[in-house]
Design a protein around this ligand. Sequence first.
Ligand SMILES: [Zn+2]
Length: 91
Amino acid sequence: MTTSQSDEAPRPNSRDRARERLRSGQLPREPPIRRLAGLSDGTEQCAVCDERIVNLLVYRVSFDDGRTLHFHARCHEAWLIERRASTDAGP
Ligand SMILES: [Zn+2]
């Protein structure tokens, strides 16, 4: 498996998208009930950047309402960061 470092580090773009989708409700703010990390099978679509996750680590994240979302490692990190930021800022 060959991944460059830039693929793993959160990009500003991922943070922007994650923040936008948290605000619009496309991404949940509640903590997941289950989180599994593994190698993608090439069919998952990232919930943050909408790109297919091919040949990379994928986070499969399940929620109380039955939703399961998939994330690139960097997009998952961006979601966590923005979720925390928005929770701290909220009431
Ligand atoms: Zn992504």
